[in-house]
Design a protein around this ligand. Structure first.
Ligand SMILES: [Zn+2]
Length: 241
């Protein structure tokens, strides 16, 4: 339950830089295991700090729904049950990063997942004169993730995420945002989660290492209580503002 700040000197630099530039926005990459509560925390960061939550899941959903040229390409792969190629994903991220919506900053969630993607993202950011403030890694144990996932429910219509104990909707089983009946995803089982976590750890170690070497890594430990986590995270981020 202790907040870990990996690079104190980096943090001080960042604070003084922000003060001298009178900048209040933040550009953050969000890392963390599937089921570590990233989406929830990202939504709370978006609201509190007035920066845009860029979720790759939402980008895909929105582009497919609006039938944009990239959305049509993405859908052709998804319909065949194939993974979308990296260049399609990267083009979608590029558009999101230069959108007027992110003028106050952003928290990027769902990308990068691999070291290669992190390097690609750096190129994208450099090309567009965007500087990343830090990568926020939300740490949780596999066991806590698995117990959390079993209670997870999602809205099939708008993508909102709930938990039967920790983040219940106001009306049982009904999405607060769009009134659709929420569901448990087929892959939210323990067996699937263990496999996903194995892949995640394999890819995430070099990713965390990458941001640490660039002195851009900030880590926070996630526990069961959403509000407890938020309290810690808010305090941490206020230090950067
Ligand atoms: Zn909904």
């Amino acid at each position: 339950m202790q907040t870990l700040i990996k690079k104190d000197s980096f943090r001080r630099d960042l604070i003084s830089r922000r003060k001298s530039m009178e900048v209040t926005d933040m550009r953050i990459v969000l890392l963390g295991a599937p089921g570590a509560g990233k989406g929830t925390q990202a939504a709370m960061i978006e609201e509190e700090f007035n920066i845009t939550h860029i979720s790759t899941g939402d980008i895909f959903r929105d582009n497919i729904r609006d039938m944009t040229p990239l959305g049509i390409v993405a859908k052709s792969y998804i319909d065949k049950g194939m993974l979308c190629p990296d260049d399609v994903t990267i083009n979608l991220i590029r558009e999101a990063l230069v959108s007027p919506k992110v003028i106050n900053g952003f928290i990027l969630d769902g990308f990068p997942r691999t070291l290669v993607q992190a390097q690609t993202l750096d190129k994208l950011l450099t090309e567009n004169n965007i500087e990343l403030d830090f990568a926020l890694n939300i740490i949780a144990t596999d066991e806590s993730i698995i117990s959390r996932i079993s209670g997870r429910r999602v809205c099939p219509n708008c993508g909102a995420v709930y938990h039967i104990v920790y983040i219940p909707p106001k009306v049982e089983n009904i999405c607060d945002v769009c009134n659709t009946q929420i569901i448990q995803r087929d892959d939210d089982t323990e067996e699937t989660m263990r496999k996903r976590l194995e892949t995640y750890h394999h890819e995430n170690v070099p990713l965390v290492d990458y941001y640490q070497k660039k002195c851009k890594l900030v880590e926070i430990e996630s526990t069961h209580g959403v509000h407890e986590n938020w309290h810690k995270l808010k305090k941490l981020l206020e230090g950067y503002k």
